[in-house]
Design a protein. Structure first.
Length: 216
């Protein structure tokens, strides 16, 4: 097989994989964490063994979808961080970009962060471990944000280390606060963004202790 044929086959494989991921996205938007390999295969018009041939198992499909959505989210976060605005406004825009993304597609978010085990479809899907699969997604977001912080903020001689701590800390905060907010909806998104920005901006350091209470 010559190079042209190999390139053509590679392009066809990548296009087919993209089509399968789009079919998986449609099922996830409809079914959320309960999206099954059977439903995705049916949506794509193929059998489940063919789906396994492309992704291996539900974990492989999950990772491919995670990369797809994380790439899009990271591009949006970078755009918010690079916007021509004051630093606080960019922090607010970045937090809002993340929260708006999970609000707009909550079923996708829940599939990525809270996938349900489906014990009815056979061995390949049993034992799907959310922690084992979701943790790398959060680590990637943390590392990417750390790189952005290091590139844009002068943090001194130990800047690289501090940027990594900040990057992972901010992602952890966004994830935990966003997960709680998406479930309980205790306040409008704009208000949550403002509160989180206050925290990142040092509001805790400026706040006084309550009278009669222990110092914090």
């Amino acid at each position: 097989m010559d190079t042209t044929q190999r390139d053509s086959q590679q392009r066809a494989h990548e296009e087919r994989r993209r089509e399968l991921l789009e079919a998986a996205d449609r099922v996830v938007l409809r079914d959320g964490p309960g999206a099954s390999m059977n439903a995705i295969a049916a949506e794509a018009g193929i059998t489940k063994p063919i789906l396994y041939r492309h992704f291996g198992d539900k974990g492989g499909l999950y990772r491919a979808l995670a990369v797809r959505h994380t790439d899009a989210l990271l591009a949006a976060l970078r755009a918010a961080l690079d916007a021509p605005a004051q630093r606080r406004a960019r922090v607010e825009a970045t937090l809002d970009t993340y929260l708006a993304a999970i609000e707009a597609r909550p079923q996708v978010y829940r599939f990525l962060m809270h996938p349900a085990d489906d014990q009815s479809e056979g061995q390949p899907e049993q034992g799907f471990d959310v922690g084992r699969h979701a943790a790398p997604l959060l680590r990637r977001l943390g590392e990417e944000l750390a790189q952005v912080v290091a590139e844009r903020v002068d943090l001194g001689p130990d800047g690289a280390e501090k940027a990594r701590v900040w990057g992972h800390g901010i992602v952890g905060m966004m994830h935990a606060a966003g997960d709680w907010w998406l479930r309980d909806r205790p306040c409008p998104r704009e208000q949550l963004v403002s509160h989180l920005t206050d925290l990142l901006w040092g509001r805790l350091a400026d706040a006084g202790d309550r009278e009669g209470g222990p110092a914090f």
